[in-house]
Design a protein around this ligand. Sequence first.
Ligand SMILES: Cc1cc2nc3c(=O)[nH]c(=O)nc-3n(C[C@H](O)[C@H](O)[C@H](O)COP(=O)(O)OP(=O)(O)OC[C@H]3O[C@@H](n4cnc5c(N)ncnc54)[C@H](O)[C@@H]3O)c2cc1C
Length: 398
Amino acid sequence: MAEQFDVLVLGAGAAGLFCGAIAGQHGKSVLVIDHAAKPAEKVRISGGGRCNFTNIHTHPGAFLSENPHFAKSALARYTAQDFCALMERHGLTWHEKTLGQLFCDQRSGAVIDLLLKELREAGGVLRLETEPTGVTQTGKGFHIATDTSDIDAKALVIATGGLSIPKMGATGFAYDVARQFGLDVITPRPALVPLTFSGDLKEDFARLSGVSTPVTASAGNAAFTEAMLFTHRGLSGPAILQASSYWGETEEITIDLLPGAEAAEVLIKLKRDHPRKPLSLALGEVLPARLADMISGHLPLPSDKRLGDISDKLLADAAGTLSAWRFTPTGTEGWRTAEVTAGGIDTSALSSRTMEAKSVPGLYFIGECVDVTGWLGGYNFQWAWASAYAAGLAVGGT
Ligand SMILES: Cc1cc2nc3c(=O)[nH]c(=O)nc-3n(C[C@H](O)[C@H](O)[C@H](O)COP(=O)(O)OP(=O)(O)OC[C@H]3O[C@@H](n4cnc5c(N)ncnc54)[C@H](O)[C@@H]3O)c2cc1C
């Protein structure tokens, strides 16, 4: 005999726990299942252990999707301020680090405790180390087989996340269920991920490993001004992670090494101020020394010649490389380190108000498995909360 619940949520991550709590608060019997031994492990490791739980500048433009309008409704109905109010009710405090990114003052575990408490107080049940093995639609809802028992539920919410960090238990379960019910899946790809290189560039970057500098990194039609970090494998840091979400294989990225400045003016001023210095040394006035040394080798100028002996015209011509240094990554570090998954369940198959599959009443998809991917900086959790809230209200009958 199968167990009976109004709502079964598969995936006890940020979105699944929150959705279960909202549904429970609306009087529904709720079971949340996860195959992992602990819930919400990505919340635990997020934000360097301090969970960047939202961004006060959340706006639909900070999300990638085949349908950029899809996220609007859910984001408008559950805002960053709403989650802050919830944090406050649980006695949690936070601080803004930069660019509207709110980090928990307590450890990330406090946010997990908040989610678990909300679920428990709403009467929801959490069951870990349970593997869903099959989903079928019945006349009254869904029948879900697991490795321990069978469950009948009137509504089924899929919140099993995306493919990033497989060693933490990420699976393509949500995509399999979507395909089983005839929903399209936009090919998932690693996003917010370091970029890798080969050949000379890889060697150049590896030599600079550990150097960080502010840049504007552009890929596709997006540009981000933040820090860039050189690593043994290539490039990382917030600017690169952000740009990676917009980067398509074989495409170039462009780096402005002097964001907010006119590169030609900077070079000519360096010449006036340091006429006896060679270019590579003089550039060290405006860039980290090791980067200045490396990049001067990429400029169409004699790097050993004294700056005072190079014409202003030549300097102005070379400035383009500093303000728009273009090169093509060979790839990304992939699922192993990608912070999120771009692509996912095609939003055209879902209601933007409720996250319910239009062609399968009672079946919902929320969180990272949906083709909505936020920028770095708390946007992905805000999407998890907002999509969970939308589905939680819907399955709760509101
Ligand atoms: C290192 C790192 C740091 C991050 N930091 C931030 C941050 O500071 N701010 C931010 O906004 N975002 C951050 N993110 C992104 C954020 O963690 C995710 O966007 C968010 O967790 C997605 O929530 P979700 O509930 O959809 O999926 P998840 O949190 O991934 O939860 C999915 C759950 O489903 C379970 N599951 C998967 N497959 C199955 C299956 N087959 N059967 C049963 N259960 C299954 C998993 O065990 C997991 O518990 C970070 C991500 C990483 C990897």
